[in-house]
Write a protein that binds this ligand. Structure first.
Ligand SMILES: [Zn+2]
Length: 77
């Protein structure tokens, strides 16, 4: 009868050992989901038609410009 207990104990030890190996092979949980890239509104320069973010564009009377030179060339004051 002792042999049955020994077999059960061995089986239990084997299952515990196997579950630990399985836990070690699992990939680590990801910390945070990657946020989607932000969509930025784009506008083209009224002179050279280069696209740029609205935040970087220079506003003129006839449109947006990529740089001060194009603003001054297109809209001389
Ligand atoms: Zn331009």
């Amino acid at each position: 009868m002792k042999i049955v207990w020994l077999l059960l104990l061995g089986l239990l030890a084997y299952l515990v050992w196997r579950s630990r190996i399985f836990q070690d092979t699992l990939p680590p949980p990801t910390s945070e989901p990657v946020p989607p890239p932000q969509v930025t509104d784009m506008v083209s320069c009224a002179m050279c038609h280069v696209y740029m973010p609205v935040a970087q564009a220079l506003k003129g009377q006839h449109g947006s410009y990529c740089c001060l030179d194009h603003l001054q060339q297109s809209e001389p004051s």
